[in-house]
Design a protein around this ligand. Structure first.
Ligand code: UTP
Length: 294
């Protein structure tokens, strides 16, 4: 029988993060915080909620801080406890990945050759069955989380590749992978193809791909032969389009709220959104709203 449970999640975290330079010269983009929580933490929590068995981080030697962040730091916890902060020590332990409950693997992408290439680097470490991919800079806040929703909805017989989608204004199609839509059934957007960053007049729809995927393993055969596409990079979208002819493609309209935290505007929006929900920031937000100052 074909395994259809999603057991593996890949986090591609080897990109250059040029839009956030100079901050990303010293700090990986995936560790930039929304107030006090790094983007990678949201991604990890989402994957945990989806109950995967193995997490694979595709990173780069220059981004070693990511590994340091995601794993438990017993020394730091002891120091915090010693300094009268046992609750903080406990919070850090709860946030860190526990290798007893989930397998954690780090692999390197030697050169940032594109998202497709990063995903392909995880191939030797996959468990059987479909594979999830989370892009940590696409922050999706929701209950349940986006990946949990997608895992629940995934049906390999309907479409081997299930991709999170949202409708975007026509003028913005050139910033996204765009689905060619054949029909819609509830949360499902059935599709017969996908195009990377089409100009508005060439876009087959306004249904844009965002950073959550459940992919049939056939994707790895396509990636192995994938030529560079838009921007000279190995595009995951191109490999989905190619292998999707056999595996099938569907979009999934998730219920959460998405922020493009790979952009400064998206990161600011996410920060303001979180601040609005927390009374600790009411005063500072109100002051800025009324006088533009604090
Ligand atoms: P982006 O497309 O946002 O690219 O990657 P980037 O290089 O990180 O950032 P900019 O565009 O230069 O500002 C989306 C996700 O894919 C990873 C990134 O780390 C990010 O989590 N990625 C991208 C890789 O792992 N490898 C790559 O070659 C490209």
């Amino acid at each position: 029988m074909t395994q259809s449970k999603v057991r593996t999640v890949i986090f591609p975290v080897a990109g250059l993060g040029t839009r956030f330079m100079p901050a990303t010269k010293g700090t990986p983009k995936e560790l930039l915080p929304v107030i006090d929580t790094p983007l990678i933490q949201y991604a990890i929590d989402e994957a945990r909620e989806a109950e995967v068995d193995r997490m694979i981080f595709v990173s780069h030697p220059s981004k070693a801080a990511i590994k340091h962040y995601v794993l438990d730091d017993t020394q730091l916890r002891m120091t915090l406890t010693h300094h009268g902060k046992p609750e903080l020590a406990y919070q850090l332990q709860a946030a860190a990945l526990d290798t007893r409950t989930c397998e954690i693997i780090f692999v390197n992408q030697p050169e940032p050759r594109g998202l497709g290439d990063a995903v392909a680097c995880a191939r030797p470490h996959l468990l059987d069955g479909p594979v999830a991919v989370i892009l940590p800079d696409d922050l999706i806040l929701g209950e349940p989380g986006c990946l949990r929703e997608m895992v629940n909805a995934y049906d390999r017989d309907k479409a081997g590749h299930l991709i999170a989608v949202m409708e975007v204004p026509k003028a913005l199609t050139g910033q996204y992978g765009i689905l060619s839509v054949t029909s819609q059934e509830g949360h499902f957007v059935l599709s017969d193809g996908i195009v990377e960053k089409p100009a508005p007049d060439k876009a087959p729809s306004q249904m844009a791909v965002v950073g959550r995927y459940i992919l049939d393993p056939i994707i790895f055969d396509a990636l192995a032969h994938q030529a560079p596409g838009v921007g000279g990079e190995i595009q995951l979208t191109d490999a989905i389009a190619q292998s999707g002819r056999k595996a099938g493609i569907a979009g999934f309209r998730f219920s959460g709220r998405r922020f493009d935290c790979g952009s400064k505007q998206g990161m600011l929006a996410a920060t303001l959104f979180m601040a609005h929900k927390d009374p600790a920031y009411t005063e500072v937000l109100a002051a800025f709203q009324t006088s533009g100052d604090y």
